[in-house]
Design a protein. Structure first.
Length: 455
């Protein structure tokens, strides 16, 4: 029995040893197989798994991007609808830093559905330094709910192209000393730019260098504008004649058929022709003038060249005020031509016997030739009319609304508070409301904005 037990024990130990040996050999063969598997580069399983994972990631990203883009479009459309509602109902805030909150449920025609959700919320419109900032707040709006959006760090830079989630508005102020410059001379209407200045909403002269100057440390507040009607006149005179001979022609440079005599006392000249680059035909009754033509311009306050007559060559500027304005010219020149023709009345029979030019008939010359007329030059504009019952038969008058300017400006103090404060703290510190201080021209309210956008 003893030997049997020893043999059994010995046998089992040998089996175990043989088993371990076989396991070791098997493991070595497995390692060799795996090694050979890797050695020959057969990574099919790894590639397949990686490809599937990549497809899942890309699909998920595209889905999220699509939803995000749909959200941005919905937010913009909602913001635009609410802003138009505020415009149409005169609700836009008027002072910097003030705001109005629009409940989206009040907007008729707004499609509030987003991916099956009936969205609510509001749009807060804040008047800022460049116009209006719009803070959107969508509620119960699926993945577009504003509270789900991540908010960026605050910045003082305003952007209309980003979704705005919050604006902090803080205040400070300066005291102002109000001052006025002297008035300018009066400007004729032809010297005033018909397009209003974007900043000050007034029509300024083309040549802004003629406006008053303010001290370097002065702050321009506004332009004061005065308008007044000015008057200018010219007098008309005619030639009168003694004999009522009706056998006279209209004016002609050459003898009309059937007429014998030229009445030299009826000589007139045509108005000068337009200046042209083309040389005109010559004739014994024609006088041709030649002149050097330029491109005239002036420099605006930004040193840009503003050309007369769209930059075309011009022989002369007849309007004296425009001539003073367009007081510079390019070096390049061309020759231009203009002409004047002489004309007379032609007659048969007895000569009429014309006078010189007179304003009224007298006992010797009783018949007025209304086509033999001339005008004096227009007078300078004055603030009073010269028309009377005595001169109204020969005097003509024109009016023009003249404009003059002065500048309202201020010297501002330093900031009166050590730091910018929220509206509640600001009104508590000053003892006045923001709107009250903004309406006070001796106070300059400073507004600082901190914008928080959706990431």
């Amino acid at each position: 029995m003893k030997y049997l037990l020893i043999w059994y024990t010995s046998y089992k130990e040998s089996d175990i040893m043989n088993f371990n040996f076989l396991k070791k050999k098997t493991d070595e063969q497995t390692v060799n197989v795996e090694s050979n598997y890797r050695k020959h580069g057969d990574n099919t399983l790894i590639v397949v798994v990686s490809f599937v994972i990549a497809i899942i990631i890309i699909s998920f990203s595209i889905y999220n991007l699509t939803i995000s883009n749909q959200c941005r479009t919905f937010e913009k459309d909602t913001s635009d609808a609410a802003f138009n509602y505020a415009i149409n109902n005169n609700l836009l805030p008027s002072y910097e830093g003030t705001s109005i909150k629009i409940d989206l449920s009040n907007i008729s025609g707004w499609d509030n559905k987003f991916r099956g959700s009936a969205c609510g919320g509001s749009l807060t419109i804040i008047k800022n330094e460049t116009g209006y900032a719009k803070v959107i707040n969508l509620t119960d709006c699926n993945s577009c709910t504003s509270s789900k959006l991540k908010k960026s760090a605050g910045t003082t830079k305003f952007s209309e192209n980003k979704i705005l989630l919050k604006v902090d508005v803080d205040y400070n102020y300066r005291n102002r000393q109000i001052n006025y410059t002297a008035w300018t001379d009066w400007f004729e209407s032809s010297l005033i730019n018909p397009t209003a200045n974007e900043t000050y909403a007034v029509n300024l002269p083309y040549d802004e260098t003629k406006l008053p100057k303010i001290p370097t440390d002065g702050v321009l507040i506004s332009y004061d504008v005065e308008k007044k009607t000015f008057y200018s006149y010219r007098d008309q005179s005619w030639k009168f004649y003694k004999t009522a001979n009706s056998d006279y022609t209209n004016f002609s440079s050459t003898k009309p058929v059937g007429y014998t005599y030229k009445d030299t006392k009826t000589e007139i000249e045509t108005a000068p022709s337009e200046w042209s680059l083309n040389y005109p035909d010559e004739a014994d009754y024609r006088t041709i003038s030649t002149k050097t033509a330029y491109k005239f311009y002036y420099l605006d306050n930004k040193n840009n060249k503003i050309y007369y007559n769209n930059g075309e060559y011009t022989a002369e500027i007849t309007d004296e005020t425009l001539k003073k304005l367009y007081n510079k010219k390019e070096k390049e020149t061309v020759k231009m031509y203009s002409y004047v023709d002489k004309k007379w009345r032609w007659y048969n029979g007895v000569e009429r016997g014309y006078s010189g030019y007179m304003k009224e008939a007298n006992s010797s010359y009783t018949y007025k030739d209304t086509e033999l007329t001339k005008y004096s030059s227009w007078s300078s504009f004055s603030e009073t009319t010269t028309m009377t019952s005595e001169n109204q038969t020969y005097r003509q008058e024109k009016t023009d609304v003249h404009t003059r300017y002065r500048i309202k400006y201020s010297f501002d103090s330093v900031d009166q508070l050590s730091d910018y404060l929220s509206i509640n703290d600001f009104e508590l510190a000053t003892g006045r409301t923001v709107s009250d201080m903004q309406a006070d021209e001796k106070i300059k309210v400073l507004v600082r904005y901190t914008y928080y956008y959706a990431n």
